[in-house]
Ligand binder design. Sequence first.
Ligand code: MSP
Length: 524
Amino acid sequence: MSSSAEKSFYLTTPIYYVNDAPHIGHAYTTVAGDVLTRWHRQKGESVWFLTGTDEHGQKVMRTAEANNVKPQDWCDRLVEEAWKPNWKALHIANDDFIRTTEERHEVRVQRFLQGLMEAGHIYEAKYEGPYCVGCEEFKLPGDLIEGKCSIHSKPVEMLSETNWFFKLSAFVTPLLERYKNNPETCEPTSARNEVISFLEGGVTDLSISRSTFDWGIQVPWDKAQVVYVWFDALLNYATAVGLGDPVDSEGGKQFARTWPADVHLVGKDILRFHAVIWPAMLMAAGLQPPKKVFAHGWLLVGGEKMSKSKLTGIAPSDITDHFGVDAFRYYFLRAIPFGSDGSFSWEDMSARYTSELANDFGNLASRLAAMVEKYCGGVLPAVAQDATLADALSKTVSNADVAISTLDFQGGINSIMEFCKRVNGYVTEKEPWILAKDDLRRSELEAVLYNTAESLRALAVLLHPVMPISTEALWISLGAEGTLGKLSDQKISEVANWGQLQPGTTISKGAILFPRLPDVETNG
Ligand code: MSP
């Protein structure tokens, strides 16, 4: 990371519970974060992308106990054997990975808490009420359906403890003002409305410690209590970048470069923690709340939120083993509007793989390489420019940039794939195989090949954040690295400058980007 004071675009995913291995719901959030941060990097911005794991609390502790393993050993094993390898396999380019059992986190959480205590935001009182260990959440009677948590469909537990409380209710007015005056701070609109009506319904103070188990961070002034797991977990976003460190230390400088976070990506299940509790904690400490909390929808199975606890979890590898990593990264963002729920189906994924990735994109690349080989000995001909294509590309780039920068991944990918279709149409319409039969039309033939290659260059750059593997293969096949440099260094703002591929470059055939797949047995 550079030592300049330039503010980085700072994006976070939730930190995931390590009670189990990741499923495609977790991967959905993380891939979205990866695509957005890769896009911003290609816009030439300094970027910081954080993910990690949430390791304290009863949910993780009980899973470890059920497996006869100490909680720390359980977490170490899951992080090293399941979570980190999973993100690596999906080509997630996070800059940091925070674990809440790390010392850097624990020390900063304790210091933060001590500060809130000294500033008068914390008091001792008795907590009595229902608690869902699955959500790790204190529930209100209205949250329950027949005594069960509405998300986990499991009976809640009744707590009665003397705990430390955070004066959350004191922040209702500033939070309401924030969401009413700055709509971009909580998106989409449905999420913001939910938060506003929750705040208007009245908010009680929050118990932020537990005394009946010890798997957590000790409350600094009360060794008999551990910090409530959500209070501990939310702080990860700030502890990972140096919260509370002296301004001229490494941590202090990193904090200045990253805070406030630009986007916290979360699933809608954890919106209130992020849009109510977290900004209130920051306000209490005199720190700025995040610029945006974006709540996306759920991946559904049988109409319900897919989850491991309901045995509906699908591992990312179940899908990537068949379709490959790039198709996985592409599919969910392309098929489901970000912010809405969506169901996963093998049939839909298979259909899109074949029509959009294999036919529209992969096939275009293969056709170009085959034609350049056949008609030009594998060497790219002179620069040409088709005004209609160049114009379509300019519009594509600006539409895609607006869409992706506002987290409309579907809209962004759609506009890029529309351009891809258009290039296919161009090739079909120009019929280079007919032009090749007539020596007098040689320059027309060469122009079609150059324009197609140049369009593929742009597609490689624009699709790189979504599909880093196949676009890299395409970049190599276009021989672009030698003259234009690394694909990940190509700037979005320059993609539409026509004529970048160098005539005389060797275009190689390379492997097929999206091979035809064998049929799979599906059970729906
Ligand atoms: N540990 C907390 C988050 C703390 S953040 C300070 C937690 N962890 S979790 O493991 O349950 O993962 C939550 C996140 O995973 C959700 O917010 C969402 O981003 C993602 N998803 C989990 N299941 C999902 C679906 N079925 N569909 C889409 N996303 C889902 O909550």
